[in-house]
Design a protein around this ligand. Structure first.
Ligand code: DGT
Ligand code: CA
Ligand code: CA
Ligand code: ZN
Length: 576
């Protein structure tokens, strides 16, 4: 059930492609291509035959050697030889192969003659006209490559922000839950892993026997459905009006945990877990964990992990980025939770470009149970957003004092979001900065400097002793704007040396610092502040997005300063 013929065939094709790029014997390359074609064209599902322990050489065209490889792929989910090839060549060559205008021969020429192995490298070379002059290419191929790259970028932008998918998922979930006979409903896939963008939604449901048909009917008749792609007994697929694709699967109660594990992914995580199970003589698929033909687990995810010798792994960690080893060694982090957060350190009011007043923001934060919030209006450089000059900052500080006096249950900290100017100085003079409780320092202009200049600019800003928090460090906007070209390792090192805190901005299109760098920062002892950058009281809810990204970055409560009580927070804001 698990490894389809198509996947086996894809693996053989990849082997052939990589061998060809490497310059292997053409006869061996051709043998793999033949195998790919053969398996793809077979009417029999190979995994079923393997499960029945049939001899695969009974099928036309399959010899001993090929039968062994097919079995290896079905048992392990991958082929050792492919992994070896991938280790020998830059993995990014596979991205180049995915470009319709390029076959393995052309990729090989680009790689060996120009030393190019990445999409970015290819794009630069094509734009500089270097591809056309390669033997066997020409201007037409170069144009095709550029066109393909443009289309790829658009296709990639089709992924939907998690923040946009959430309300859609919630209403769909409610609709399904309200149907007769339904027991459990979970949105699995990248959505459950909390990925910043999702390709589609994968919903799993259990229900009482006999209610399957009605449930499927109710699903495809959901009011937001724009198109029904499949309507089956146990699986249906639809496109919603928002463009989001949704798969719904009804699974047996006894398989619920195994299915949840399988369809939560990531694929790389699943493959690694399955491999561990194989080493223990077990088999994992979406129906359960099997020893020979006996299902020994499957109802809960915890049991599935246990059989593979692992502690339960939180969905946000399931990217095969070290979580398996950690689970095996009892070294999984105790991830931060939304309830650990005591305040928000980056928000705007009507005084700059926010929609709600100081009082309204304070009230909303109090309702969230916060102990403190930092008011961080824009500085004068951002004139468009009503940025404040020194005099206006002082007036605003006095205003915050007045509100603090008459408000109970929450403290408003006096902050500013200070622009980092092009030369790395800050937009407000130190004489006013030193009167504030904290600053968030951010780049809003000149985001396209070269890597060296941009990195230097930011480190220079951190040199200022009144720089407390580095705001949205990469300035990325998902699906809209690429991150700045900066050396984040250098910036993390500089932040550590200076005692600067780095922001994890929770706006759904920012999520900046991204999770993988959060992990690096924490490993280097740099503290993070999870903030919403709220421009309205409603936006305070972005904290949840920030916490999810933090969990994907393995952060614990102690890595994040706004989990501290006010007094300790103020101490943590003091620069060393
Ligand atoms: P997405 O939708 O692109 O944001 O990412 P995912 O992770 O939700 O991927 P999707 O929707 O294609 O599949 C959902 C999960 O199902 C995936 O995370 C792992 C599992 N899965 C899908 N295809 C395969 C496969 O070929 N092999 C294995 N082992 N797992 C798979
Ligand atoms: Ca998905
Ligand atoms: Ca899917
Ligand atoms: Zn801001």
């Amino acid at each position: 059930m698990t490894v389809q013929n198509k996947e086996i065939s894809d693996i053989f094709s990849q082997v052939a492609d990589l061998m060809e790029i490497k310059g292997e014997n053409p006869f061996r390359v051709r043998a793999y291509r033949e195998a790919a074609r053969l398996v793809e064209g077979m009417s029999e599902q190979m995994h079923k035959r393997v499960q029945e322990e049939q001899d695969l050489t009974q099928f036309r065209g399959i010899g001993k050697d090929l039968a062994k490889k097919i079995k290896e792929i079905i048992d392990n989910g991958n082929l050792q030889y492919l992994e070896e090839l991938k280790a020998e060549l830059p993995a990014s060559l596979l991205d180049l192969l995915a470009i319709p205008a390029l076959g393995p021969k052309k990729v090989s020429a680009i790689y060996h003659k120009l030393g190019i192995a990445t999409i970015d490298g290819l794009k630069n070379a094509a734009e500089a006209g270097k591809i056309a002059s390669l033997e066997g290419f020409g201007a037409k191929t170069e144009k095709n490559i550029l066109d393909s790259l443009g289309r790829l970028k658009k296709a990639a932008a089709k992924r939907i922000l998690l923040g946009d998918a959430k309300p859609v998922a919630a209403s769909l979930e409610a609709h399904i839950k309200s149907q007769k006979g339904v027991k459990r409903v979970t949105v699995a896939g990248s959505f459950r892993r909390g990925k910043e963008t999702v390709g589609d939604l994968d919903i799993l449901v259990t229900c009482r026997r006999g209610y399957e048909k009605g449930l499927m009917k109710a699903f495809v008749e959901f009011e937001d459905v724009a198109r029904i792609d499949a309507h089956g007994q146990t699986k249906s697929s639809v496109h919603l009006r928002s463009g989001l694709q949704v798969d719904l699967r009804i699974v047996p109660e006894v398989s619920y945990g195994a299915a949840l594990h399988y369809f939560t992914g990531s694929k790389a995580h699943n493959v690694a877990v399955r491999k561990l199970a194989v080493e223990r003589g077990l088999k994992i698929n979406e129906y359960g964990v099997y020893r020979n033909d006996d299902r020994i687990a499957g109802e809960t995810e915890t049991a599935v992990y246990k059989e593979a010798g692992l502690a339960y792994i939180e969905p946000e960690l399931r990217e095969n980025m070290g979580e398996i080893e950690a689970a095996r060694n009892g070294a999984l982090p105790r991830l931060i939770k939304a309830s650990d957060i005591r305040g928000d350190l980056h928000l705007h009011t009507t005084r700059s470009d926010g929609k709600n007043s100081l009082e309204e923001m304070a009230e909303a934060a109090k309702n969230l149970g916060y102990e403190y919030i930092a008011i961080t209006e824009h500085s004068k450089q951002v004139a468009m957003a009503g940025g404040l000059n020194e005099k206006q900052v002082r007036e605003h500080m006095a205003q915050i004092d007045r509100i603090n006096e008459k408000t109970d249950g929450i403290t408003l900290l006096k902050g500013m979001e200070v622009d980092i100017l092009t030369d790395g100085t800050l937009d407000l003079s130190n004489s006013v900065l030193k009167e504030l409780d904290l600053t968030v320092c951010s780049v809003h202009y000149q985001q396209r400097l070269t890597g060296d200049k941009q990195t230097e600019r930011i480190i220079r800003a951190m040199d200022n002793p009144y720089c407390n928090i580095l705001g949205h460090p990469m300035a990325r906007l998902l699906n809209k704007r690429d991150p700045m070209d900066i050396d984040l390792d250098a910036i993390i090192g500089a932040a550590r040396a200076r005692g600067v805190i780095i922001e994890l901005n929770g706006q759904p299109e920012r999520l900046d610092l991204p999770h993988s760098y959060c992990k690096t920062a924490a490993e280097h002892g740099v503290k993070l502040a999870i903030s919403t950058d709220a421009h309205s009281a409603d936006n305070l809810s972005y904290m949840q997005n920030g916490v999810t990204e933090a969990r994907r970055g393995w952060l614990t409560k102690k890595d994040v300063v706004n989990t501290l009580p006010l007094k300790e927070l103020l101490a943590a804001l003091k620069r060393r």
